[in-house]
Design a protein around this ligand. Structure first.
Ligand code: PFF
Length: 448
């Protein structure tokens, strides 16, 4: 018998958990770094347009399908398009999402490990173990594998506890603290010399440069990655929402909080880059490119904390601790994808399944670490820039074309007697059917 399905206890619990999935390294490590290396304001503008005009409608497709089917992505797509070919394709799309989610987790755990490392380093400095702290901040294979493993074990530990024991309880408490610390740090960095140059790059578009197809496809990947789309995570979270909830506004809150935190992180990281440069830290190469995108914030933020004197170490501790938590509330949503699929399709116990899958993903992470120079970037590009938008495209096709229109509208009306007069009702069903797929295809076509 399939295991009983969990459900979120409260509306705020769902928003926090879905926002917890959305808000993570993508917002604070991914988006600001990409903005910094792709023209600042130009990237910001394209990202904002894509987030609201494409990613939000695509998120709604996943949430609505998920809540209707109360199942994992494979089963849900089979259920809404039950004819043999579309059901088989749907199953395949769900499985592809499951593989992509696992691959994303395999690189994500490495970066999250760095967050834990810098947090622990701050702690060790406070208690006088400077050498050990230095090791944690170095870039060694042993450190990378060790910290990645710590992060994977934490992720596995939470997932074995199920939906509200684990995911909901954690997200509710720690997400607000992350927001507060980001706001505080941003306000502080803006008072430092050099910060205005960062603000200028971030906010003033350089109209002399055209927006390239390459920039657009990167922003597309960033928007899909940031909202956890295309891999079935949001569909599964949708399947845990009770029928009384108003989905369009729930999805709207999740999008708004995710995008706001990414934009806010830009106000922290870009100014901090120029503050660091002002203080003699090397950030750019001779021709103005970033020295290293992957580790940018691990150079820039510690340099920022150094400007705070002895309180800097405390602030570093708090910041990297909260970032590790933000990464955890995202990683649990990735691991939930293969775990939910396996638990719902077999007789196996949740905890056993979680451990086995977690260890396999840890092994993939280790392979990436051992071949870091070429594999790390490759996995990120393939999963986030290509797979997520293309799978998101498929979810839109299922919601817009293959799902019986009446059932879809019924699902939208479930707890909202006035649904038919809402703007969402009037626009979204055709938008997800025609506009979303066309935008995604158009962007891919341009970039070829
Ligand atoms: N949205 C997460 C972030 O911005 O860090 C990353 C992510 C989570 C991607 C869950 C995919 C996913 F399924």
């Amino acid at each position: 018998m399939a295991a009983a399905r969990g459900q979120f206890n409260s509306r705020i619990g769902f928003i926090m958990a879905a926002a917890g999935s959305a808000v993570g390294l993508g917002n604070i490590w991914g988006f600001p770094t990409q903005a910094a290396s792709n023209g600042g304001a130009a990237f910001l503008i394209v990202y904002l347009i894509l987030a609201f005009c494409l990613a939000y409608p695509a998120l709604m497709a996943e949430l609505i399908i998920g809540r209707h089917a109360h199942a994992n992505a494979s089963k849900a797509l089979e259920q809404i398009a039950p004819n043999r070919p579309t059901a088989m394709l749907g199953h395949g799309v769900g499985l592809a999402g499951l593989i992509v989610a696992s691959l994303i987790l395999s690189f994500y755990a490495i970066v999250a490990g760095w967050m834990i490392g810098f947090g622990l380093a701050a702690l060790l400095k406070l208690v006088g173990f400077g050498d050990a702290a230095l090791w944690l901040e170095s870039f060694s294979t042993a450190r990378n594998i060790g910290l990645m493993s710590v992060f994977m074990v934490l992720t596995i530990g939470i997932i074995t506890q199920g939906v509200h024991g684990g995911i909901e309880r954690w997200s509710e408490r720690l997400m607000p603290m992350l927001l507060l610390s980001l706001v505080g740090l941003t306000l502080y960095v803006l008072t430092l010399p050099g910060a205005t140059e960062g603000l200028r790059v971030y906010l003033l578009p350089d109209f002399s440069k055209a927006v390239s197809p390459d920039l657009v496809i990167k922003a597309l990947g960033a928007a899909f990655f940031s909202l956890s789309l295309g891999v079935g995570t949001m569909l599964i979270y949708g399947s845990y929402i009770s029928d009384d909830e108003h989905l369009p506004s729930l999805g709207g809150w999740v999008t708004l909080s995710d995008v706001s935190i990414a934009v806010l992180a830009g106000f922290l990281v870009l100014p901090a880059m120029y503050v660091a440069q002002h203080n003699g830290v090397a950030i750019f190469t001779d021709n103005g490119a970033l020295l290293s995108e992957d580790t940018l914030i691990f150079t820039v933020l510690p340099a920022l904390f150094d400007t705070m004197g002895s309180t800097g170490t405390l602030v570093a501790l708090a910041f990297f601790f909260l970032m590790s938590i933000a990464a955890l509330t995202s990683s649990i949503s990735m691991l939930e994808v293969p775990v939910a699929y396996t638990v719902e399709n077999t007789e196996l116990a949740r905890s056993k399944v979680t451990w086995v899958i977690g260890i396999v993903i840890g092994a993939i992470s280790t392979t990436i670490i051992l071949n870091f120079d070429w594999l790390f970037g490759l996995v990120i590009t393939v999963t986030t820039r290509y797979s997520q938008p293309l799978l998101g495209f498929m979810f839109c096709i299922y919601a817009g074309w293959l799902w019986h229109r009446n059932t879809l509208l019924q699902e939208l009306k479930k707890n909202d007697p006035n649904a038919e007069s809402s703007v969402f009702w009037k626009i979204w069903p055709n938008y997800v059917r025609i506009v979303c797929p066309l935008i995604i295809l158009g962007i891919f076509y341009q970039s070829l």
